[in-house]
Design a protein around this ligand. Structure first.
Ligand code: G1P
Length: 875
């Protein structure tokens, strides 16, 4: 179940785009829509109240007054409890919502009502859960007609809705899915009355927040025209009248779900008592705590560590939700985007290093022969979709992410054999990076690349990586940078496909090409590798590496496309590794040099920055404008620093410029960019957004976190820490940010946290904290420890600890800093493993524990304690 819930119990729940249990909601609907989960009590003397405050009367009377006094939320991993008091009745309510961590697509709602007054309280309780029960598309595609397709069954404990067909004019399909709302009191007593249609429940003139049957405590009179089928439905059920003595409690359980099974009672029986609900809740908490504790930081601020626990489940949440299905994420139809998938694995793989191998192998099947890729990843392994909107386009950054993530995998595990795995390529009508259509390709041909003989072609993962990175590196624009095509990481930059160039990703590809050269070197050294095999048509590209002029490189690409236009032979060609490695190294360095030398804008002896882009008119986007104003953004600084393109001097000047010009005066957050002025039709849709929001100058957490990572990776820990701290403070300033814990996609210029949970910032934060801040990361299977901890993190304490997995063993690494030394002042002293001194004085700022030593010293099935003393640095 993919669900969302707000303090008023609004939100929705669904299995996928086509199976929505509740009405699909976007953020505006959270206050517009009356269709949320609700539970009512009616008393003879005082009338109707919603136990969660969601009635027209309570809203009118209490809104803007002192509602906060009797309204509180408690949220944990992953449940949500609303504490609400109805002062008029002296009734307390605790309404808890969670979805059990198992295969059941069900949401459990537990309602506890307590009479806190001194008199007996009598009331009639009614649960009301409106059921949408169909595809989200039907909201604006035949909503009424599809309501006519609903069929209702009343069971002893609940209401079941089953549409007769899955309505889709492109091809209707039979429907096997049912939607149900079941309920009982704590002792299993079923409702005494059910109202399965919205019409009868609300009555003439009623609304869902002032429903006739509740307000008048009536039973609707059905005339001859009454029917329950073919209507908008609701799981509304009235339970027997309750008499609560002072201090007494009464409990109800409402289960709402989606199933293809027929025996609904059986589904409900799993949760129909207080004990069963408590057991499911406990199991759910254990599950999510387990996820959050896979990498567990323990420092000197419970609030910061607690925040990190929420952040560490964000990549898991995005695995489930993709970038859809939450109130702000009202775009998309599920599935995960290519770049999001690979970046989320930075943390997912640190949490489960050994489990991800096959996922990576399968995902490489998404690469096309032109180096682009299918963009949407569906559930299951190796299931892709070219693009959700069937629009042909290419985001040029896609090729950088697989290598970046696979490098982390190879370093954590030492498994470089993954490079030799053979997998297929993706094939569809889109060729030459969306510039042409292959009219010969038919859907029936399937989505894997065939040879001219009709055989499925497979090549090594190394070949796939080479192809992705090489093609982009040769796709150079007139200023010597890689072409922007239809966008890069910033997918709002989608209007400069002809003359647009991207500097940040020129730097990133430059780094990647050097990294591939390093990998080849490792293969030469470790395996005495002399040649690698690639499909024969690829040789043209490799030859292209010898071209030193950008124009010629583009010609090489054209030649390559011609070679593969009608497919490939399937024959392999052996390429000498030594020569290839040198050519790659040259090319990678040349790209880095291009950024370093030609895109640097020096402001003074203290400040400077990298230009980010060229727009579709071929003009530099950033720089010093005519009126003396500056224009630049964080993306180019981040990747120029991270890739090594920037010299140390440039890094220092960039830090100055970022700190000087990019902070938002209202919030203090580092903006993604300064105002982009007249870059509109010649650059991208993003600049149609108001300045200060999202990619147009918001504090865009994902990039800010990557910037912090870049700083740490170059040894600028104090500066990096300030950035992490600012994201943390903005995200946890609840009064202002108004979000539950976690890092949101961005902080608006008004300080609001926007687009909760599913953002790449989640994965990057944990990846950054573990591998850079605590400095625990693999080096081809060996364990490198290089802490970059600043004094402030110790506060008044002496130790910082992290629990993680390495080489399939649990380790707990503690850094003792008894003298409160700052980063730069310390080096590593004594290191002990499980109480045994491994080395007295390390005498360096980092240490490597080799695989063989780890095998010997770390014990499986228990937590291995590695303790390190930070001592004064010598020299
Ligand atoms: C989102 C998208 C990501 C894209 C970014 C910038 O970021 O998911 O693919 O690169 O916007 O346009 P996120 O919400 O993951 O931080």
């Amino acid at each position: 179940m993919k669900a969302s819930v707000t303090p008023c119990l609004n939100g929705d729940a669904k299995k996928n785009q086509n199976e929505f249990l509740y009405l699909p909601v976007s953020v505006e609907d959270l206050h517009n829509n009356r269709s949320g989960r609700n539970f009512w009590v009616y008393t003879k003397e005082q009338g109707a109240f919603s136990v969660v405050g969601n009635s027209a009367r309570q809203r009118a009377e209490h809104c803007f007054k002192d509602e906060e006094k009797w309204n509180k939320i408690e949220c944990g991993l992953l449940y949500h409890s609303l504490y609400y008091t109805i002062p008029e009745l002296k009734l307390n309510c605790i309404f808890t919502t969670f979805c059990p961590a198992n295969e059941d697509v069900v949401e459990i709602n537990r309602v506890i009502l307590e009479n806190y007054g001194s008199e007996i309280l009598e009331f009639v309780p009614t649960a009301a859960f409106p059921i949408f029960g169909r595809s989200a598309d039907n909201l604006r595609d035949h909503r009424h007609a599809t309501s006519l397709m609903q069929r209702i069954t009343l069971e002893e404990n609940g209401i079941v809705v089953k549409p007769t067909i899955h309505h889709d004019e492109r091809g209707h399909e039979p429907n096997d899915t049912s939607y149900f709302v079941y309920g009982s009191d704590e002792s299993g007593q079923a409702a005494v009355e059910m109202f399965p249609t919205v019409e009868e429940f609300i009555g003439k003139g009623g609304t869902l927040d002032w429903p006739g049957t509740v307000v008048e405590n009536s039973i609707p009179e059905h005339d001859m025209t009454y029917r329950k089928d073919g209507m908008e439905c609701i799981g509304a059920m009235r339970f027997a009248k309750v008499r609560l003595a002072p201090g007494e409690k009464k409990e109800y359980i409402i289960c709402a779900g989606i199933t293809e099974k027929e025996n609904f009672n059986k589904e409900f029986e799993k949760y129909n008592s207080k004990e069963k609900v408590e057991a499911a809740w406990k199991q759910n908490e254990e599950h999510w705590n387990g996820e959050a504790d896979k990498i567990k930081f323990q420092g000197n601020s419970d609030k910061f560590d607690g925040w990190l626990r929420w952040v560490s489940i964000q990549p898991v949440l995005r695995k489930i939700y993709g970038c859809s299905f939450l109130p702000y994420h009202d775009y998309g139809r599920g599935g995960r985007g290519w770049r999001d998938l690979w970046q989320d694995y930075l943390t997912l793989l640190l949490q489960n290093p050994m489990r991800v191998r096959s996922v990576f192998v399968h995902n490489m099947k998404g690469v096309r022969l032109d180096g682009s890729n299918a963009t949407i990843i569906l559930d299951g392994e190796g299931n892709f979709q070219a693009d959700r909107n069937k629009i042909s386009r290419v985001w040029m950054d896609h090729g950088v992410w697989p290598l970046f993530t696979l490098l982390l995998y190879m370093n954590q595990t030492g498994d470089i054999s993954i490079l030799d795995e053979e997998v297929s390529y993706w094939k569809d009508a889109q060729i030459e990076r969306a510039k042409r259509i292959d009219t010969n390709w038919k859907k029936e041909d399937g989505n894997s690349q065939k040879t001219k003989d009709g055989e499925c072609y497979t090549g090594t993962i190394l070949e796939h990586l080479l192809l992705e990175n090489l093609i982009c590196s040769l796709n150079i624009g007139e200023h010597g940078n890689i072409k922007l095509e239809d966008g890069d990481w910033n997918d709002q930059l989608d209007m400069a496909p002809d003359k647009g160039e991207t500097i940040p990703f020129t730097a990133f590809y430059g780094k990647n090409i050097c990294d591939i050269a390093d990998l080849l070197e490792i293969q030469i050294e470790k395996e005495d590798r002399k040649t690698i095999s690639v499909f024969e048509e690829m040789e043209v590209l490799l030859e292209g590496l010898k071209e030193k002029e950008p124009q010629k490189e583009v010609e090489v690409l054209k030649k390559y496309y011609e070679h593969i236009r009608f497919g490939i032979s399937g024959k392999k060609k052996k390429i000498p590794v030594l020569e290839l490695k040198d050519m790659l190294r040259w090319k990678g360095k040349q790209l880095l040099q291009q950024v370093r030398e030609n895109e640097w804008i020096e402001l003074s002896s203290k400040e400077g920055f990298f230009n980010g882009y060229y727009n579709n008119d071929g003009n530099a986007v950033d720089g010093i404008l005519g009126d003396g104003k500056l224009r630049f953004g964080l993306t180019a600084q981040t990747f120029s620093i991270m890739s090594g393109a920037a010299t140390d001097e440039q890094v220092q000047k960039t830090i100055h410029a970022v700190n000087n010009y990019l902070p938002d005066k209202n919030t203090g957050g580092i903006r993604l960019t300064l105002p982009l002025g007249d870059n509109t039709w010649n650059f991208g849709r993003g600049f149609a957004l108001i300045y200060g929001e999202k990619e147009n100058g918001g504090m865009f957490s994902h990039m800010t976190t990557m910037y912090a990572y870049a700083l740490y990776s170059r040894g600028y820990a104090r500066e990096g820490y300030q950035i992490i701290k600012s994201i943390y403070e903005l995200s946890t300033n609840t009064q202002m940010a108004q979000i539950y814990p976690g890092v949101p996609e961005y902080i608006s210029s008004r300080g609001r946290g926007m687009y909760s949970y599913v953002t790449g910032a989640g994965s990057w934060t944990i990846f950054l904290m573990l591998t850079q801040v605590y400095g625990i990361r693999g080096q081809l299977g060996d364990l490198l420890i290089e802490p970059k901890l600043v004094k402030e993190q110790y506060d008044s304490g002496e130790v910082l600890t992290v629990d993680t997995l390495f080489a399939e063993k649990e380790v707990c690494v503690s850094f003792y800093n008894r003298k409160h030394l700052d980063y730069g002042e310390y080096q590593l002293g004594e290191l002990s493993i499980n109480g045994e001194v491994w080395k007295n004085q390390i005498n360096s700022t980092s240490v490597v524990l080799h695989q063989a030593e780890l095998e010997e010293k770390l014990i499986a099935g228990r937590k291995n304690q590695i303790c390190i003393e930070l001592v004064e640095r010598k020299g």
